[in-house]
Design a protein around this ligand. Structure first.
Ligand code: GRF
Length: 212
């Protein structure tokens, strides 16, 4: 089987991108990142990509409407021959054309347990602020496929972390990020190995010994 090709979309620091790069370089994931796209200039994720010899592209969302941004992203992904698109801290919204083109082949990491603290307005530190404010005792990370809605696609993997009364949004974010760094590479590995099947809203992991 030919090696799967991954495109990673980022808007920030890229620690989740780094977790995927590390898993590829250690041989845990048998795939190649063909390209990293950022929707804004100067983000550290682009530097990380370049440092590892990965093509890093900035498609600046500034001065573009959503249709133009999405068209440019779609063109770059298609040109790179991508099988899987990973949103690793990507803050722009992918439109219906991109989602249809890569149906059940775009995954996103969200720093909460969907369907809690997700959807419109829940991004970055706001997610953790809301979780702390609400007083939940657990939060966590979710990797899900991207559909036309916001954080509404089929859930691939989730991991819980405890929330303590001493937490603020920053300490909680750190704990969740640690979970993200395990969960996202694991979801990518399962996808690349052909171990993920989607039945309606449910994702079936069909790896031997893996009952999720
Ligand atoms: C992560 O918490 C991710 O879930 C959220 O933004 C953060 C990005 O972190 N959407 P990084 O850029 O991967 O370091």
């Amino acid at each position: 089987m030919p090696q799967k090709v991954i495109g990673v979309l980022v808007s920030g620091t890229g620690s989740n991108l780094q977790a995927i790069i590390d898993a590829i370089e250690s041989g845990t994931i048998d795939a190649r990142i063909a390209l990293v796209i950022a929707d804004r200039p100067g983000v550290f994720a682009l530097e990380r990509a370049e440092k590892h010899g990965i093509k890093a592209l900035c498609i600046d969302r500034k001065g573009k409407d959503a249709a133009a941004l999405n068209a440019a992203i779609l063109e770059a992904l298609d040109e790179a021959g991508v099988d899987l698109v990973v949103l690793a801290g990507f803050l722009s919204i992918l439109d219906a054309r991109v989602v249809a083109r890569y149906k059940n082949a775009i995954m996103n990491i969200h720093p909460a347990l969907i369907p809690s603290f997700c959807g419109e307005g829940y991004y970055g530190m706001r997610v953790h602020e809301a979780a702390v404010r609400y007083g939940v005792k657990v939060s966590g990370a979710t990797v899900h496929f991207v559909d036309e809605g916001m954080d509404t696609g089929p859930i691939i993997l989730q991991e819980c972390v405890n929330v303590y009364h001493t937490d603020d949004a920053h300490t909680l974010a750190e704990r969740v990020l640690e979970a993200e760094h395990k969960l996202l590479p694991e979801a990518v590995r399962l996808f690349v190995n052909g171990c993920i099947r989607v039945e309606g809203r449910r994702v079936i992991i069909c790896e031997e010994g893996n009952g999720r």
